[in-house]
Write a protein that binds this ligand. Structure first.
Ligand code: ADP
Ligand code: ASP
Ligand code: MG
Length: 411
C-alpha cells in the first residue's frame, strides 16, 4: 500500500474550519487506498506570537524554555486535527516529536535531526489510523524538547518521508507551488512544473521561503520526490526532482529577494597578510555567519572590506567589529541595514554567458545602484537598497521573460 507524507503549513491550518477541511482532504487520500502520515505547522501567526510573549519575559529568552514554548503551537493543531478526523468517522492519532522519537542535537531553536524511530508510526498506520505528527520539533537524548528553526515543519515532513521510505512527500501551502518569483510581490510570477533539487536549494537559500532550505537538502540526499502544492485547490503543483528527470532546463528559472541581511564596511584597513583573519575570526567565534565579502584595494597600503550578515546579527557584529577596528588600526566602521539581496537562479547558466550582464543592465535601466555582487555556478546575486526590492524583482522577471514558458535551451 502506498505511503504518503502530507505537510500542511500555518495558513492551511489557520482556523478550526480550515483544520476540518484539511482533515477531509487527507481522508479522501486515505480512501484511495493510501497510508497517511500528516505533518502540521502551528496556526499562522502563532509561532510569532509565542516569540513576542517570550521577549516580554526575558530580553534574550533562555533557549531551552523557548523550545518548550514554541513546541506548543504544533501541539494545538495536531490534537484538533485528530479530533476532526474522528468526528468524520475515521481514526487518527496525534504524536509530538518526543513521542515519535524524532531525536535531535541539543542545539535549542536550531536543532538538526539525527534519527527518527518509525516503529510507533508504523504500528498506528497498520491499525488503519491517520498518523498526525507535530512539525518543527524533536527531543534530545536527555529528553529536552527542541525545535528545528523557522519553517522547520517542512524538514520534519521530508525527514519522516525519508525514514518511512514514503512514496512521496506533499508540501501543502497557500500558493499553487514554486513560482518564478514570489507571487505575492509579482503578479506575473508563473508556476514552475518541475525544478531540480539544486535550483530549489539556491532559491530557498536566497529567500524563497516556500520550502525551508534544510528540507530540500534532505530531499536531495535521500531522493525524496517533493510535490509543493496548494491546500486550497486540486491543481498539480511543482515537483522538485533530480536534474536528469527534467527535459527543459531554463536559463533562469527563478528570482528571489531577501530583506534579512545587513551590510557592514570596515574602512582603511592595513593591506597585509593576516588582516582578514583578524577581522573575521572574532565574528565567527561569536557564531555569526558572514555571507558576501568584497575587498577593495585602494592606492597605497590600505584596503576597505565590505560584507553582509543577517540583520538579526547586525548590532552584535558592529560591536565586535568596532573592537577589531581599534586592534588593527582601521579608519572606521559603517553599516547599512536597509539593503536587499536580489538573485537570479538557473541551471542553464552553467553553459551560457551574458546572464549576469543582462541583470546588471536591467538594474542600470531602472537607476538602481548595485552595491555588491556574488556569483556561483547557477546564481547571480546583487545587493541593492531595500526600497528598490519590488522594482528590481519585477523588472528582472520581465527582462528574462519568466512569465512565458520558453522552449528548452540547448545544452
Ligand atoms: P507555509 O506556512 O505553508 O509553510 P510559507 O509562508 O512558509 O508557507 O511559504 C509560502 C510563501 O512563500 C508564499 O505565500 C509566498 O509568498 C512565499 N514565496 C516566496 N518566494 C516564492 C516562490 N518562488 N514561489 C512560491 N512562493 C514563494
Ligand atoms: N511553526 C513554525 C514556524 O512558524 C514551523 C513551521 O511552520 O514550519 O516557523
Ligand atoms: Mg513554511
Amino acid at each position: 500500500m502506498a505511503l504518503i507524507v502530507q505537510k500542511f503549513g500555518g495558513t492551511s491550518v489557520g482556523s478550526t474550519e480550515k483544520i476540518k477541511n484539511v482533515a477531509k482532504r487527507v481522508l479522501r487520500s486515505q480512501q484511495q487506498g493510501r497510508q497517511m502520515v500528516v505533518v502540521l505547522s502551528a496556526m499562522s501567526g502563532q509561532t510569532d506570537k509565542l516569540i513576542s510573549m517570550a521577549a516580554e519575559m526575558q530580553p534574550l529568552p533562555d533557549l531551552r524554555e523557548m523550545d518548550m514554548l514554541l513546541a506548543t503551537g504544533e501541539q494545538v493543531t495536531v490534537a484538533l486535527f485528530a479530533m476532526a478526523v474522528k468526528a468524520a468517522g475515521s481514526d487518527a492519532v496525534s504524536l509530538l516529536g518526543d513521542q515519535v522519537r524524532i531525536l535531535t542535537e541539543a542545539r535549542h531553536t536550531k536543532a538538526r535531526i539525527r534519527e527518527i524511530d518509525t516503529e510507533l508510526i508504523r504500528k498506528h498506520l497498520d491499525a488503519g489510523k491517520v498518523v498526525v505528527v507535530a512539525g518543527f520539533q524533536g527531543v534530545t537524548e536527555d529528553g529536552d524538547i527542541t525545535t528545528l528553526g523557522r519553517g522547520g515543519s517542512d524538514t520534519t515532513a521530508v525527514a519522516l518521508a525519508a525514514a518511512l521510505k514514503a512514496d512521496s512527500c506533499e508540501i501543502y501551502t497557500d500558493v499553487e507551488g514554486v513560482y518564478t518569483t514570489d507571487p505575492n510581490i509579482c503578479a506575473q510570477a508563473r508556476k514552475i512544473d518541475m525544478i531540480t533539487y539544486d535550483e530549489m536549494l539556491e532559491l530557498a537559500s536566497l529567500g524563497a521561503k516556500v520550502l525551508e532550505i534544510r528540507s530540500v537538502g534532505l530531499a536531495k540526499r535521500y531522493s525524496v520526490p517533493l510535490h509543493v502544492r496548494s491546500t486550497f485547490s486540486e491543481n498539480e503543483g511543482t515537483w522538485v526532482v533530480e536534474e536528469d528527470r527534467i527535459m527543459e532546463s531554463m536559463l533562469v528559472s527563478g528570482i528571489t529577494y531577501s530583506r534579512k541581511e545587513a551590510r557592514i564596511t570596515i574602512k582603511g584597513v592595513p593591506d597585509q597578510p593576516g588582516v582578514a583573519s583578524k577581522i573575521f575570526q572574532p565574528i565567527s567565534n561569536a557564531g555569526i555567519m558572514v555571507d558576501m565579502i568584497i575587498q577593495n584595494t585602494r592606492e597605497g597600503q590600505l584596503t576597505d572590506i565590505t560584507f553582509t550578515v543577517l540583520r538579526a546579527d547586525y548590532l552584535r557584529t558592529m560591536d565586535i567589529l568596532k573592537q577589531t577596528a581599534a586592534v588593527v588600526g582601521a579608519e572606521s566602521v559603517t553599516g547599512d541595514e536597509s539593503i536587499a539581496k536580489i538573485s537570479i537562479v538557473g541551471v542553464g547558466m552553467r553553459n551560457h554567458s551574458g546572464i549576469a550582464s543582462t541583470m546588471f543592465q536591467v538594474m542600470a535601466n531602472e537607476g538602481i545602484n548595485i552595491m555588491m555582487i556574488a556569483t556561483s555556478e547557477i546564481k547571480v546575486s546583487c545587493i541593492i537598497a531595500e526600497k528598490y526590492t519590488e522594482l528590481a524583482v519585477r523588472s528582472l522577471h520581465a527582462a528574462f521573460a519568466l512569465d512565458k514558458t520558453k522552449p528548452p535551451v540547448e545544452e
